[in-house]
Design a protein around this ligand. Structure first.
Ligand code: SF4
Ligand code: SF4
Length: 104
């Protein structure tokens, strides 16, 4: 994955990194139960697929498949805002990390 060093971010140039975060679903959110899960703390969250993305993500387009009815937390997540920049910076650090291979 190629990450920009420029501090501004745009969803059209991002692999929906924020859709790999824990998304708490509140009772007022109108999310079908089959898209949700209950985490270890007993909190209702968006379910994730085996690769870690929210199950509501349209993987072909890398955008939200329930955009009009997405959870309130997702509505507040601002493109190029502080949380967006944090998650992108973290992904960039992880991509640059050199894996350590233990040879027996
Ligand atoms: S809000 Fe930020 S992290 Fe989420 S898809 Fe857009 S650019 Fe990527
Ligand atoms: S509901 Fe949509 S915007 Fe929110 S994490 Fe899932 S795919 Fe992303």
């Amino acid at each position: 994955m190629r990450m920009s060093r420029h501090p501004r971010a745009h969803c059209s140039r991002c692999d929906a990194l924020c859709c790999r975060l824990t998304v708490v679903v509140f009772p007022e959110d109108d999310i079908p139960a089959y898209l949700t899960d209950t985490n270890a703390q007993g909190v209702t969250v968006m379910a994730r697929d085996p690769d870690g993305w929210c199950v509501a993500l349209d993987g072909a387009r890398m955008n939200c498949g329930i955009y009009e009815t997405r959870p309130s937390i997702c509505r507040k997540f601002a493109m190029s805002g502080p949380y967006c920049l944090d998650v992108r910076a973290e992904a960039a650090r992880a991509a640059q990390a050199i894996p350590i291979r233990v040879v027996a």
